[in-house]
Ligand binder design. Structure first.
Ligand SMILES: [Zn+2]
Length: 230
């Protein structure tokens, strides 16, 4: 997660912190490897816009906001879950009453979503009508790419009741799952869940021009299930 804002060139930009020959630094497209002092690294603030951006990418969020709502509260955006959409928020830490108040204050300025989930790095102070989880309960970092990926369903964490429990499994399940896997194996799968569902549905329609087809939203559910392993 550690990244810094490069001030060494004309255009300030975010860059992940990397190691080279045992020293920490970051890469700048203009001047190359820029070493960073370890003590500076410990003092530097996390690059929150990038954290929010990666969290939003991990869950394909809509309505993300690139600046803080108020104080230290950020809106990551709305994530589609198997049942209801959940609005994700971020507050760096939730360990004190002051931090909880700062969060509540910021959320009071938002249009109230039915389901909300607050992500934080440390502490999950209990709050009325608000569920908070720690970052590592929700995402893990891919050590090769530095990208975040979801490890649990935000809907389940936020307490959204499951729709249609024990309902009849769709007849399309196996064939759609095979198409999704085929695209993954061929390296054709795209990052966005909506785009991928459209591509999978198109592939199905191409191959089964005479058969009935599942709805786009149910294809999206299969994509979600396969990606989150649920
Ligand atoms: Zn630079």
């Amino acid at each position: 997660m550690a990244s810094v804002v490069c001030n060494n060139c004309d255009e300030p930009h975010s860059a992940p912190v990397v190691t080279e020959d045992g020293s920490y630094g970051h890469y700048c497209p203009d001047i190359g490897f820029v070493p960073l002092d370890r003590t500076y690294l410990q003092a530097v603030l996390p690059d929150f816009p990038q954290v929010i951006d990666r969290l939003a990418d991990a869950f394909d969020c809509r309505q993300r906001k690139i600046s803080a709502l108020h104080g230290q509260t950020w809106r990551i955006g709305s994530v589609e879950t198997a049942s209801e959409p959940v609005m994700l928020y971020f507050h760096p830490t939730l360990q004190s009453e002051d931090e909880a108040r700062d969060l509540q204050n910021a959320l009071g300025r938002e249009v109230r979503s039915e389901w909300r989930l607050v992500v934080t790095s440390r502490g999950t102070l209990p709050m009325a009508e608000l569920v908070a989880v720690r970052l590592d309960d929700l995402v893990e970092m891919d050590v090769e790419t530095g990208l975040l990926r979801g490890v649990s369903d935000p809907g389940t964490l936020a307490g959204v009741p499951r729709r249609n429990p024990g309902g009849r499994p769709s007849a399309y399940g196996p064939v759609i799952s095979r198409l999704i896997e085929e695209r993954i194996n061929n390296g054709q799968a795209v990052k966005g869940r909506n785009k991928e569902a459209e591509a999978v549905l198109n592939l199905y329609l191409q191959r089964n021009p005479d058969k009935s087809a599942p709805s786009l939203s149910s294809v999206k559910e299969y994509v979600t299930k396969l990606r989150t392993g649920q």
